[in-house]
Design a protein around this ligand. Structure first.
Ligand code: SF4
Ligand code: FES
Length: 230
């Protein structure tokens, strides 16, 4: 069945069952997303994709809300821009976004103010370097859930990581804070591939950033393999 709606003043007819994000993208609209990734199920966590739907008081997350017949949608109204800008400013004040390239671009597009929330508490965490494949730096984690989703039903069905803690203490982790080799992780690397911030990073890239040479890394890896073989 097809439905007709209006987006940014343009009437269009689309197949029923599409999200507002699907429709916006088909129209070539730039609706930014953070928690949503093409490889994962949309969960509406970050709210960066919000759009304004006439007649609805709250802004709607386009990645999860289905397009409905007769809807009048605004993808870049003043209210929408203000909300997206605030989300970016809150993220920027509470975590390290220095390696989140796409979000950095969004912050430029939305002209964010780096000092909007000067008293916000920043997420701090020590780097976890406990396996040969990737490191975890949760001071860069914005809890988008993508890594948990690909580790579970969206891809690998491994369930090595999940949310832990509550409120500001919430973070991604392993059960009982076990090291990665002690979990069901098979080092598939899919979590690293979908992480938007560098919180999960290939270990080799991390060691190069730390100033190690490729030769030193290869010696380190050989030593690790030998220890494992014993
Ligand atoms: S580690 Fe990366 S992918 Fe996982 S929740 Fe944090 S930011 Fe998202
Ligand atoms: S991208 Fe839609 S809520 Fe995060």
């Amino acid at each position: 069945m097809a439905i007709t709606l209006v987006m940014d003043g343009k009437e269009l007819t689309v197949e029923d069952g599409k999200t507002l994000l699907d429709v916006a993208r088909e129209m070539g609209k730039d609706v930014p997303t953070i928690c949503y990734h093409d490889a994962t199920t949309a969960n509406g966590l970050c709210r960066m994709c919000v759009v304004e739907v006439e007649g609805q008081r709250a802004l709607q997350p386009a990645c999860v809300v289905q397009a409905g017949a007769g809807m009048k949608v605004h993808t870049r109204s003043e209210k929408v821009i203000r909300a997206r800008k605030t989300i970016l400013e809150m993220l920027d004040s509470t975590m390290d976004l220095s390696e989140a390239d796409e979000i950095q671009t969004m912050m430029k597009d939305y002209n964010t103010d780096a000092n909007r929330f000067p008293d916000a508490e920043r997420r701090e965490s020590e780097i976890k370097d406990d396996n040969p494949m990737y490191i975890r730096d949760y001071s860069k984690c914005l809890l988008c859930w993508r890594c948990v989703q690909v580790c579970a039903e969206d891809a690998q069905y491994t369930y090595a990581i999940n949310f832990e803690g509550r409120g500001f203490e919430t973070q991604i982790g392993t059960f009982f804070d076990k090291t990665i080799p002690e979990t069901t992780c098979v080092l598939c690397g899919q979590c690293v591939a979908v992480c938007p911030t560098g919180a999960l990073k290939p270990r080799r890239e991390y060691l190069l950033q730390q100033g190690m040479s490729p030769q030193e890394i290869s010696v380190l890896n050989t030593g690790r393999k030998k220890r494992k073989a014993r």
